[in-house]
Design a protein around this ligand. Structure first.
Ligand SMILES: *[C@@H]1O[C@H](CO)[C@@H](O)[C@H](O)[C@H]1NC(C)=O
Length: 354
């Protein structure tokens, strides 16, 4: 057996979580199935049964998030909770690749889903290289984050400056979940690079290719905000998904979310021959260009790409002017993408919406 069959072990969160009384109904429910079953700190804390908690803050044993990450022994197979005191933690941090599961859970202080406004990991870095620019990097498997904001505060640069990549989070481990988190950056905000990932009730903001990479990911109830950026003449795209072959399991699924903002963008840009992105049951505001999708910067065939909309609503969902190679599925046709089975979520998520 390659890996012990345990839940992930690293919960990154905030300090009041352990002390707040678990709310009975939530703590008892096996899975958070409905929108009113809010995934909160006590629920996650109970589910992962961590034996160790590390606290990060200016007056705590661990002054930086990185020092808490570094305190975890190689080969750790048990859940560890890392509570972040509320405030801005100003440094980049990275979960290294680890031979066995890392299993961390970060939580912000309040533990009630409000923390994304109060607790952030913030770093200013722009580069021509996405990975190098990241404020937060997860290369380890089994990491859960609850209620933390990730911000790359790089300033908008000059037109045609190649150093415009400013990733807020790069997610390259397997079985990584974010609940009630937020991702801020002017550009290339969320590098969803590789592995199975789950984002529930997260806020993601950006302009060009701001959710990108080759991850196999589900975004449940996301709030996607398009920010104007006058540095480039082209219209940006929310997604640029990197699925390179038919047997590659990757793809981005957006469910029951809301897309709005300032200016105009495409839902996605073709970035590889088998790019796969689905927006389902999502409200699309006028910020979506009527063509819907673009192939700018891509010279290959669009024959095999799967860029699709399913049962979306709002003025941005009008099909009349969509590019002919985009797809429109019925809920039935798309059903295999519309549950956490798409990321084998029932096997590893401590809580999920559907
Ligand atoms: C279509 O989306 C709406 C919400 O936007 C939802 O209430 C409805 O159940 C969806 N229809 C199907 C068939 O899933």
């Amino acid at each position: 057996m390659a890996r012990p069959c345990l839940l992930p072990f690293f919960l990154l969160a905030a300090a009041a979580v352990l002390t707040s009384a678990p709310s009975g109904a939530l703590a008892k429910s096996k899975l958070a199935k409905k929108s009113d079953d809010i995934v909160n700190g006590p629920l996650l804390t109970e589910k992962i049964k961590a034996k160790r908690t590390l606290i990060v803050g200016p007056d705590e044993e661990y002054k930086t998030v990185q020092s808490a990450i570094d305190a975890v022994p190689a080969g750790n197979t048990e859940w560890i909770i890392v509570h972040l005191r509320s405030g801005v933690h100003r440094h980049a941090c990275c979960f290294p690749i680890s031979p066995i599961s890392f299993s961390f859970c970060f939580q912000e202080e309040r533990g009630m889903g409000n923390g994304k406004g109060r607790t952030s990991i913030s770093h200013e870095s722009a580069s021509a290289d996405n990975a190098e620019s990241a404020a937060f990097t997860v290369n380890a498997d089994n990491v859960i984050v609850f209620g933390v904001s990730f911000r790359n505060s790089a300033r908008s640069g000059l037109v045609n400056n190649p150093e415009i990549r400013s990733v807020s989070a790069m997610v390259a481990g397997d079985k990584v979940a974010f609940y009630h988190c937020a991702f801020y950056s002017p550009h290339h905000t969320l590098f969803d690079s590789t592995g199975r990932h789950y984002y529930e009730s997260c806020y993601i903001q950006g302009n060009i290719d701001f959710i990108f990479g080759g991850g196999q990911s589900m975004f449940q109830c996301p709030e996607i905000f398009v920010k104007p950026d006058r540095r480039t003449a082209i219209l940006g795209s929310i997604t640029a998904q990197d699925r390179k072959a038919e047997d590659d399991a990757s793809g981005f699924v957006f469910l029951k979310g809301k897309v709005y903002g300032v200016g105009e963008v495409y839902l996605g840009r073709v970035n590889a021959p088998d790019s796969r992105v689905i927006f389902a049951d999502t409200y699309l505001s006028k910020t979506i260009n009527p063509a819907g999708w673009t192939r700018i910067g891509y010279t290959g065939s669009t024959e095999k790409v799967m860029l699709a909309e399913v049962n979306c609503t709002g003025p941005g969902s009008d099909a009349a002017k969509r590019v002919p190679w985009s797809r429109r599925f019925t809920v039935n046709e798309a059903s295999k993408y519309l549950t956490v089975d798409f990321i084998n979520g029932k096997e590893w998520l401590p809580a999920f919406y559907y």
